[in-house]
Design a protein around this ligand. Structure first.
Ligand code: G3P
Length: 215
């Protein structure tokens, strides 16, 4: 399973890249705002800065909600760097835009997906990635991981090549369950990735080994 980091914070992206396990980055307008990145020029530069840190795909989201606007913004984003993936919301105009980009060979990530039907539409339109938001489903008492299972079954039934990118991942158990189900990618906060490292028996075992090594 690929690990993407879900942030626009350059220091965190670099830390995950330096760990040697990072396969890509996802951003969204909220994550860009959180870093204080404002204005079209600054936003486009920030995407290039991210691409220069990582070696994998970097999702950059369009703001427009009409087909022409999404195409205009998406083409500008795709021209920034070969690793940019155009992130498009799961709305009617978005499905059309995904189809358009798919036919042009431009990678897309269909975002804000909360149902299997939406994921099926994204795959039929030719999305490179589909982003089901599992944490936000859990937040409203709906099983986010069950959605990943359903999408996996549907995509495998028909051989859709769209990659399931589990998003809105909140904690390490989300990552482990996504890996068991067979999600292609999990995009996670840095804290969830580094939490995978931790086990008290590792810490106590290492302390014992180091103490014994001195004997
Ligand atoms: O990239 C979108 C998604 O991962 C958002 O996560 O934590 O805001 O629900 P969250």
């Amino acid at each position: 399973m690929k690990f993407f980091i879900d942030t626009a914070n350059l220091a965190q992206i670099k830390e995950a890249q330096d760990l040697g396990v990072l396969d890509g980055v996802t951003t969204n307008p909220s994550l860009m705002a959180k870093e204080g990145i404002k204005g079209e020029g600054a936003i486009l530069k920030h995407y290039v800065d991210i691409c220069n840190i990582v070696t994998g795909d970097v999702s950059a989201e369009v703001i427009a909600t009409d087909f022409d606007g999404m195409v205009r913004e998406g083409e500008a984003l795709a021209e920034l760097h070969e690793r940019i993936v155009v992130k498009i919301p799961m709305i009617k105009e978005g499905v059309k835009a995904i189809k358009y980009f798919s036919e042009k060979g431009i990678k897309t990530n269909c975002t804000l997906v909360f149902s299997a039907g939406q994921a099926l539409l994204a795959a039929k339109a030719g999305a490179t990635y589909v982003s089901p938001f599992i944490g936000r489903l859990d937040d409203v008492s709906t099983d986010g991981l069950k959605l990943i299972e359903d999408i996996r079954i549907i995509y495998d039934n028909f051989g859709y090549e769209t990659q399931i990118l589990a998003a809105s991942v909140r904690h390490p158990m989300h990552i482990i369950e996504c890996a068991k189900i067979g999600a292609d990618v999990a995009t996670c906060p840095l804290s969830a990735i580094t939490a995978l490292l931790k086990h008290p028996l590792t810490d106590s075992g290492l302390a014992q080994f180091l103490a014994d090594a001195k004997k």
